[in-house]
Design a binder for this molecule. Structure first.
Ligand SMILES: Nc1nc2c(ncn2[C@@H]2O[C@H](COP(=O)(O)OP(=O)(O)OP(=O)(O)O)[C@@H](O)[C@H]2O)c(=O)[nH]1
Ligand SMILES: [Mg+2]
Length: 261
């Protein structure tokens, strides 16, 4: 079958925390990212979900995975979108028995050194366990480095919309850096592969949708301050068409929030 998805070896070591990054044309970043994530702790495993990047990112990761038992690769044939890659990564983590999934971008905007802090935020002694810990630029101590004004305005607009029109009590709703207690996905069928067609956005609006769905299912969400640094290598994948699609998804969610439709 020429078009089947390609996976690295199937014998995963047992583990608790699986870090994952979706990749599309991240050739300049992927090698360093694998080193950095696996270097954070010998306890961590790393899953790369690549959409058959034309620049060979997925092939590079597959080669590394042959020599590194803590690295796993799912190379999907055809570009299926960032949100769909993240959802598939979490499903993979659950299928392999991990309790916690950590999602991050592959372009070093998210610092792998912050992973332990995000994971630790899921368990605060004496308090109700947290389901999602977001690496946030918009809580005290968090910040964004290197963004032009336009990016700040768009990102802030999306956060305000999600907070006030979708009733999600989170300041940095589009942050892709998040630790997730995977059991929460069982309470949210739309995120656990049980979505009706079109319900769970396959693109960037997945981030807002996930928080919206977890919050409505009674999940607890906290924000942990991080420094987000604009990418230095490779190009952004978020184009105008994707932005338009995401706005449509958010408006659809607003309709569901307010009118149940
Ligand atoms: N598998 C997969 N990964 C994707 C897809 N689109 C984007 N990505 C990855 O998702 C992550 C976020 O994408 P970015 O291009 O960094 O988006 P962004 O952070 O909004 O844009 P920049 O700030 O310019 O980097 C990166 O690791 C991308 O390689 C996709 O369609 N499929
Ligand atoms: Mg980026």
């Amino acid at each position: 079958m020429a078009d089947a998805d390609v996976r690295s070896r199937g014998d995963w070591p047992a583990g608790r925390v699986l870090v994952q990054a979706a990749t599309y044309n991240e050739r300049e970043n992927i090698g360093g990212l694998i080193d950095a994530v696996l270097g954070v702790s010998p306890e961590l495993q790393f899953l790369v979900i690549d959409d058959d990047s034309p620049d060979g990112t997925g092939r590079l990761a597959l080669e590394r995975a042959e020599r590194e038992p803590r690295l796993h690769v799912l190379m999907r044939k055809g570009r299926r979108g960032l949100g769909s890659a993240i959802a598939e990564g979490f499903a993979e983590a659950r299928a392999h028995g991990f309790a916690v999934g950590v999602n991050m971008d592959a372009d070093f905007s998210h610092n792998p050194a912050d992973i332990p802090r995000l994971v630790a935020a899921l368990d605060t002694p004496g308090r109700r366990p947290v389901d999602v810990a977001i690496g946030s630029r918009r809580v005290p101590g968090g910040r964004t480095v290197g963004w032009p004004l336009k990016r700040h305005v768009i990102s802030r607009g999306v956060s305000l919309f999600t907070r006030w029109a979708l009733w999600v009590p989170v300041r940095d709703v589009s942050s892709g850096f998040r630790a997730v207690r995977l059991a929460v996905l069982e309470r949210v069928p739309a995120l656990a592969g049980g979505a009706s067609p079109g319900e769970c956005p396959s693109g960037y609006a997945f981030f807002e949708f996930m928080l919206w769905a977890v919050h409505r299912a009674g999940g607890r969400i906290v924000e942990v301050p991080i420094t987000f640094t604009d990418r230095t290598h490779g190009a952004s994948k978020a184009d105008f068409a994707e932005a338009k699609r995401s706005i449509g998804e958010l408006l659809r969610l607003a309709r569901r929030t307010w009118f149940g439709l």
